[in-house]
Design a binder for this molecule. Structure first.
Ligand code: BGC
Length: 333
């Protein structure tokens, strides 16, 4: 055998041995690879609860979701957050119906209007799915419990704050989230009742924003055109006050017009710091979400829950804000 053929054989044998060891090594890896089995990958949850809100990406509802998720994590519950991207009552109703059809263990949702939500909630409950209303209630429905602000009282507080903060003839325009929603009606009513004995205070307009920023701004603009004598605004849902403030600043009227809003979203707090919004009604969306999940678990497990749980509400003004502190209100438990 020539030297060349010996070398060729050696290289061939070496190559053969190396490939054999690779095949054995990777062959072993393939055989011993553990396929993910369902038990290992899917977390096990005790219950599947859905939180259906009127507007998915609304910052206020994201805080409710945050509270609900925290409770869900703590108690081993699968929480789904669902609802229309932008407020739309038909989509809201459909989402509740779909959740009920998929046989979830419990539904948390708003009792928005008696007309549409009472029969809907009653149908869902009749199927054996418990419903808890959050943020706004349909008192006459068969919902198991309500957790959220005492909406009449919160409106009443807003009226009292306006009385305390203003002097002389005060012409108030109200921009409300919706004419048909229970909580919006109650907030307006509470406000009207609080100011009704005051001869110097006149409610000169009540308009609807459909909880849309654009509509709230349009309405504020319109009110300023139609009522040049307006010197106070009350915005009854989370985005109304913010948009009123933008419009009032645009017309450079922030020194002549008193604004009271609702909720403590970061933009509202920064308008309070600037002095454009003078006061806002605090709600506790995180607590609502957290408490609603906890209550639902108790209900499913046959424990007694109180039918009405009112979360805190109060007035906040610039003097109540911590100095040099990030605006992260409404996120605590
Ligand atoms: C209300 C919510 C509403 C939100 C709209 C809040 O004040 O409690 O029901 O969806 O405002 O921005």
């Amino acid at each position: 055998m020539s030297k060349l053929s010996i070398m060729a054989y050696t290289v061939g044998i070496l190559f053969f041995l190396v490939s054999c060891s690779f095949s054995i090594f990777y062959g072993y890896k393939v055989v011993s690879y553990e396929l993910p089995n369902e038990e290992k990958t899917l977390e096990k949850f005790d219950y599947h609860i859905v939180l259906v809100t009127e507007e998915l990406d609304n910052e206020y509802w994201r805080l409710v979701e945050k509270g609900a998720k925290e409770a869900a994590g703590k108690y081993g519950v699968q929480l789904e957050y669902a609802g229309p991207k932008q407020a739309n009552i038909d989509d809201h109703v459909k989402t509740i119906e779909m959740s009920a059809a998929s046989k979830v263990d419990g539904i948390l949702t708003q009792g928005l209007s008696d007309e549409q939500f009472t029969p809907l909630i009653n149908r869902v409950v009749a199927k054996g799915i418990p419903v808890i209303t959050v943020d706004t209630d349909t008192l006459n429905s068969k919902r198991m419990a309500y957790i959220g602000t005492d909406n009449y009282y919160s409106g009443f507080l807003a009226g009292k704050a306006l009385i305390a903060d203003t002097k002389g003839n005060t012409n108030v325009a109200i921009i409300t989230g919706s004419f048909y929603a229970n909580h919006m009606q109650q907030r307006v009513k509470g406000f009207q009742d609080a100011v009704k004995a005051q001869k110097r205070i006149h409610i000169i307009a009540v308009e609807e924003s459909e909880i849309s920023r654009v509509k709230a701004a349009e309405k504020a603009n319109q009110i300023l055109q139609d009522h040049p004598d307006v010197n106070a605004f009350f915005g009854t849902s989370a985005l109304d006050g913010i948009e009123i403030a933008q419009v009032v600043e645009k017309y450079k009227k922030q020194d002549q017009i008193y604004i009271i809003g609702f909720d403590t979203l970061p933009e509202t707090l920064s308008f309070i710091r600037k002095g454009t919004i003078k006061a806002t009604v605090v709600q506790e969306p995180f607590q609502m979400g957290y408490g609603a999940v906890k209550m639902m678990i108790d209900l499913i497990e046959g424990k007694k829950v109180s039918p009405i749980v009112h979360t805190d509400t109060r007035i906040l003004r610039i003097r109540d804000l911590p100095v040099n502190h990030p605006d992260r209100m409404g996120e605590h438990e």
